[in-house]
Design a protein around this ligand. Structure first.
Ligand code: MN
Length: 240
């Protein structure tokens, strides 16, 4: 079986020139997987912002949704784990793309490898401020408020929120500490799994641990990295 793991596309629904070029790069890679991938695992922060109302979806994501629909039609199983930018999913993706959505982690034995996939935002250390923000933003009442205001206005607010969380500059020492947090949690999960896959840090890494392997998928902003697993053997790759 061929399984592809990717994360952190951070695709925008309103694009400038640079966003468009980046999106094309992501989509042409995804297109190359049509008829080739048995499972595609999208590990969070795929959409820089996502919301679907009862009868409205964000049209700026149509190009990505089209490629995902083509993958689905060609028999690829689509799995998505929520990130810290995309978590307000309703029924659209499961109903129209047969996508399976997991809000914390995905765990399954694939070709005899017990795989655990999680975005990682819950596993950084020293990030109390974010943990509080996460609890608020995922609150049902907040979601309800977004649901009842006009989509254009809701998205404007959403953009402000996601921009402020993105533009927060993180000093290198804190960044390192956060990554160590990811690896520490991975070690705990590796007690009952063979492979732990995360994202969120935007730096690709494959590291053999005392028990099992930790992989960080990197991103599609600077590294264009992904994990390819063929019949249980996995490689972290960079797409040029
Ligand atoms: Mn993230």
């Amino acid at each position: 079986m061929k399984v592809y793991f990717l994360s952190d596309f951070h695709l925008k629904f309103q694009e400038n020139e640079e966003d468009r070029t980046r999106r094309e790069r992501v989509l042409s890679f995804l297109r190359s997987l049509i008829g080739k991938a048995d499972i595609l695992i999208l590990n969070g922060d795929i959409f820089d912002l996502w919301f679907d109302w009862n009868s409205v979806i964000i049209k700026g994501y149509f190009p990505l949704l089209k490629v995902l629909a083509d993958l689905d039609e060609n028999g690829c199983r689509l799995i998505l784990i929520t990130g810290n930018h995309d978590f307000w999913f309703n029924n659209f993706l499961p109903d129209y793309l047969n996508m399976e959505i997991y809000s914390d982690y995905f765990e399954e034995i694939i070709d005899n490898v017990k795989v655990h996939v999680t975005h990682g935002d819950r596993h950084t250390s020293n990030d109390l401020r974010y943990k509080l923000f996460r609890a608020i933003i995922r609150n049902r009442f907040v979601k309800f408020l977004f649901q009842i205001i006009h989509p254009d206005l809701a998205l404007k607010l959403g953009r402000l929120l996601s921009r402020s969380s993105r533009e927060r500059k993180i000093p290198p020492t804190l960044k390192k500490k956060k990554e160590q947090g990811l690896i520490r949690s991975a070690d705990k999960i590796l007690k009952h799994c063979d492979l732990v896959v995360m994202g969120h840090s935007h730096s690709p890494l494959l590291e053999k641990r005392r028990k099992g392997t930790y992989v960080n998928l990197g991103d599609w902003i600077t590294s264009n990295s992904y994990l390819e697993m063929t019949d249980g053997k996995f490689h972290l790759k960079i797409n040029n």
